[in-house]
Design a protein around this ligand. Structure first.
Ligand code: KG4
Ligand code: ZN
Length: 342
């Protein structure tokens, strides 16, 4: 049993990416992601269109993942899938597909919490890569969540603080929308920020207690600032795009770093792991690397492809749960609100 080779087929469909991955134990053999471009023109994810696109994508994406891994589906030990949190229609596509495939192949089904997966993505290839040791602090920053989580063990996590309104990814995306950039704007703000001056413009930082966050005030102040400046100069955005993006990104990173510093002080834990789509941001990655030098922290940043939504992170949770025989009931259903640790 000790040396049993476990193959996990993992499926992720919580938002607007359809993804399938195959893992051999904790190694990723394939990780296929089909991103939906249909939402770009709407400035945000349209749930109905997302579930329709998942329905179209799921079969080819799963086939491709098995092909690239060069694995016959008969070898698969278990199917792991995202149960939640996410958009109900999107989750249902992955959940029903995973359930029927597991039933057809007569193998166990493993349910995965998407936010837990963003954290446990650090354990992909853990024997070769530097992985955090328990306990550590995780900063999960995505389009739907902003949380500081105390990770005591793989499946023992406690939320220490979270956003009271917008998620940090939304702050990026909504700011980008104000600047006329397409959805999702986060990566574009990051790109433009690279050649801008982060101190060109100042935005107020929110005053929220404890380890909680708030980003809706920042979005409003950016909106008023842009309205005021474009009234004076209609070309203000195009003439200052780099500086505006750099200043927005700088403010967001300051907000995040201030809270992590507070969490380190409160808990005495100085191992920080980030996860979620926004951890692809070059500014936050640089700020954490600097903190290793300046504050003596140990920081863990996932590989780029395991930051944004992907099925490999669902697969690693599948592998960890398989070892503990944490299988789902055959009648398990999707759960749009699914809190870590419950
Ligand atoms: O984790 P994720 O792929 O999906 C959710 O579960 O939400 O995160 C998507 C979010 C979007 O808001 C996107 O704009 C943001 O991550 N994002 C970034 C970057 N890459 C993705 N935000 C800032 N800079 C980036 N480089
Ligand atoms: Zn995510």
């Amino acid at each position: 049993m000790e040396n049993e080779t476990i193959y996990i087929l993992a499926i992720e469909s919580s938002c607007d990416d359809t993804s399938a991955a195959v893992l051999r134990n904790n190694k990723v053999l394939s990780n296929v992601v089909a991103t939906q471009s249909v939402h770009e023109q709407y400035g945000g994810v349209v749930p109905e269109l997302a579930s329709r696109a998942h329905q179209q994508n799921i079969v080819p994406v799963v086939h491709q993942a098995l092909d690239r891994a060069n694995i016959d589906k008969k070898l698969v030990s278990a199917i792991a899938f995202t149960r939640g949190p996410g958009l109900m229609g999107s989750l249902l596509v992955g959940t029903s597909f995973a359930k029927s495939l597991a039933m057809g192949l007569d193998i166990p089904l493993i349910e995965v919490n998407h936010m837990q997966a963003h954290i446990l993505a650090h354990f992909i290839d853990a024997d070769e890569m530097k992985a955090p040791t328990f306990p550590f602090l995780a900063l999960t920053i995505s389009g739907g969540h902003t949380q500081i989580v105390l990770v005591k063990d793989y499946f023992d996590m406690e939320i220490l603080g979270e956003t009271l309104d917008d998620a940090v990814g939304e702050a990026f995306d909504k700011s980008a929308k104000i600047l006329g950039l397409p959805y999702p704007g986060g990566p574009l703000v990051d790109r433009h920020a690279k050649s801008g001056n982060p101190k060109a413009f100042q935005f107020p930082k929110p005053k929220v207690g404890d380890l909680n966050f708030s980003f809706s005030g920042l979005k409003t102040s950016i909106l008023y600032f842009i309205q005021r400046e474009t009234a004076k100069n209609p070309d203000f955005i195009s003439e200052n795009l780099e500086d505006i993006c750099a200043s927005i990104q700088y403010t967001i990173i300051e907000i995040l770093m201030d809270k992590i510093k507070k969490a380190v002080k409160q808990t005495g834990i100085d191992q920080i792991a980030i996860g979620g789509g926004v951890s692809a941001n070059s500014g936050i990655r640089a700020a954490l690397l600097n903190a290793e030098q300046d504050m003596g922290w140990k920081t863990y940043i996932p590989k780029f492809e395991y930051c944004t939504d992907n099925a490999a992170m669902i697969g690693i949770v599948g592998f960890l749960k398989y070892q503990e025989k944490k299988f789902a009931a055959k009648n398990v259903s999707a759960q749009a609100r699914y809190i870590i640790g419950t």
